[in-house]
Structures are given as structure tokens and as C-alpha cells.
Design a protein around this ligand. Structure first.
Ligand SMILES: [Zn+2]
Length: 316
């Protein structure tokens, strides 16, 4: 970021630790106690791929607290601060109320959304999750909650296995979970087609007061954990689309939280492209390459299936 002249254009915010009360907006007390106990005894495993060391508790509190700080600053800012990207780890979107999994300890984005509801009385929050994995934890937390619309694109079938198109929310939350499982191999054009055809019209109707993004970069073509074909510039294009959508409904408020991304070069390049899009504030358009029509054809078919399901709730 420094090499690309990005750092000097930014205002840096210092994260603060989330309080126990804030963590428990989303997580059950026994789970929080379990995490604390594992840290205290020097470390252990929460599940097969979620290791915890002595410092994990502190870091996880700073991650969640950093995102809370980000949304607070955007809520308090006059109009100069509309976009924040929280470069935090560990990620959060797999953590459910009762357990950590998939490298995630506390569900940062869910905690931030709850904070927006409780502290500011917001009742239309949009979470866009473009991490290549389905955010099962975030979905679970808001499955019956119509005030938080959870929208996820993810490779399917893939870890953690959830996120099929018929998971649409329950009770009052019905229609407020929108899953867009995409076939392996989907690239920029396929993603943009899905975002434009499903997310844009639903967001227009939902009119979010705040937009949160679970920004993972593991859908990148170079990522070792998944099989999608998104380019670094592609993530900038997704950001353009989200900034535009936020401009129309949420006074431009967009806060992004880092989720996955396992090729560090691709991660750095993608994040720079996101920052460029945030700094351009919808003014600069990035170029993208094409991809084979067969890949887009498969996405079109899937999007058609999703439209049929979601038409029950939204004017698609
Ligand atoms: Zn991921």
C-alpha cells in the first residue's frame, strides 16, 4: 500500500478491544468462556483448522473492536469519512454463536451489525459477503432477523457446505438471507453478472442504512484454497458496484472487514485495487478481462434458479 501511494491518502484508525458485552451481542457465554480458557492454558484447537494460541484472545478482541471502531467513526463522521476498510485478523464469518470454526474466533461482521442496531437503532443493514466460502456463522446469527440482510456469493460445493439457494431465512427473517452459490471457475464477469442481477435490485428495494462487506480475497484465481477466477482488478469492480449502491441508499456508508485470502501477493494486489475504488468513490472505473462464455452460461443458469426462489420476497 505504501509503495502504491495508498497509505498517504488514508486516515488510520487505531482499533480498541471489544468489550465482553459486545462479543456477547452475538456469542453465547459458554463459548466465550471456552475461548478464554484455551488462551489461558497456552493454546489448543477449537476445531480441526482453528488453532488458538495464548495471544489469540487479545487479537480476536482487537479484530472485533476494530470493526466496531470503524462503524462508530463512520456513524459519527460529518461527511468526510464514508468508507473504512478494517484490515483485521482473525477473520469472522464462519464463527457461529456457539462455536469457532474455519480460522474464525469471533464473528466480527455480525458483532458490528448488532452494534449498529443496538447503539444507533438502525434496522436495515446489508451485509455483502464475497469471500469464496459461505459465511455460515453470519447466516446463522441473522437467519430470523429481518433487520440484517445477508447476501453471500460463494463457491459451491465447497467448505463449509452451507449456503444453498433455498436457505432464505426463517420466520420474520424469511427473504433476508440471499445465497448465491457459484460454480468453480467463475471469474469477474460471472460475479458481476450475479451482483448486478440479484444484489443490485434487492438492495434498491431493501434500502440499507449501512453496508458492511465481508471482504475475503480467496475467490482470486491464484488462491490455493479455492477454484474461482477473480482477478485483483475484479475486486475493485465489485467495490465500485457496492460504493454506488451505498451512495443511493446509505449515504455512502460502507465498512469492509477482511475475511480470507491465502495467496499473499494476490491478497495485497486485490486490497490495493479495493482501496483505489474506495478512494475514487465511484468516479474511476477499472478495466477487466473477458472470460469464456461457457463459464458465464453456467452462472446465468444458476442466477435464473436463484431469481425464481427470491422472487417470492423481492421484485426481481
Ligand atoms: Zn474464505
Amino acid at each position: 500500500m505504501a509503495e502504491n501511494g495508498i497509505t498517504e491518502q488514508l486516515k488510520q484508525l487505531r482499533p480498541e478491544r471489544a468489550s465482553r458485552e459486545e462479543i456477547e451481542y452475538v456469542h453465547a457465554t459458554p463459548y466465550v468462556q471456552q475461548v478464554e480458557a484455551v488462551c489461558k492454558r497456552g493454546g489448543g484447537m477449537l476445531d480441526l483448522d482453528t488453532p488458538v494460541c495464548r495471544d489469540t484472545c487479545e487479537t480476536a478482541l482487537l479484530a472485533a473492536g476494530g470493526l466496531i471502531k470503524a462503524v462508530d467513526d463512520v456513524m459519527h463522521a460529518s461527511d468526510s469519512l464514508k468508507h473504512v476498510f478494517a484490515l483485521i485478523r482473525p477473520p469472522g464469518h464462519h464463527a457461529t454463536s456457539m462455536r469457532g470454526m474455519g480460522f474464525c474466533i469471533y464473528n466480527n461482521i455480525a458483532i458490528a451489525a448488532e452494534h449498529l442496531k443496538r447503539r444507533y437503532g438502525l434496522h436495515r443493514i446489508l451485509i455483502v459477503d464475497w469471500d469464496v466460502h459461505h459465511g455460515n456463522g453470519t447466516q446463522q446469527v441473522f437467519f430470523e432477523d429481518p433487520s440484517v440482510l445477508y447476501f453471500s456469493t460463494h463457491q459451491h460445493p465447497h467448505y463449509p457446505g452451507t449456503g444453498w439457494i433455498d436457505e432464505v431465512g426463517r420466520r420474520e427473517g424469511q427473504g433476508f438471507t440471499v445465497n448465491v452459490p457459484l460454480p468453480a471457475g467463475t471469474g469477474d464477469a460471472g460475479y458481476l453478472y450475479a451482483l448486478n442481477t440479484i444484489l443490485v435490485p434487492i438492495a434498491r428495494e431493501f434500502k440499507p442504512e449501512f453496508v458492511l462487506v465481508s471482504a475475503g480475497f480467496d475467490a482470486h484465481a491464484a488462491d490455493p484454497l479455492a477454484s474461482m477466477n477473480v482477478t485483483s482488478q475484479g475486486f475493485g469492480l465489485f467495490t465500485d458496484l457496492i460504493v454506488e449502491l451505498a451512495r443511493k441508499s446509505s449515504q455512502g456508508r460502507v465498512v469492509m472487514a477482511l475475511e480470507g485470502g491465502y495467496n499473499l501477493e494476490a491478497l495485497a494486489e486485490s486490497i490495493i485495487s479495493v482501496f483505489k475504488a474506495l478512494l475514487a468513490n465511484g468516479e474511476g472505473k477499472l478495466e477487466t478481462g473477458g472470460e469464456p462464455t461457457s463459464a458465464i452460461e453456467r452462472v446465468r443458469k444458476r442466477v435464473e434458479e436463484i431469481t425464481v426462489v427470491q422472487r417470492e420476497y423481492w421484485g426481481l
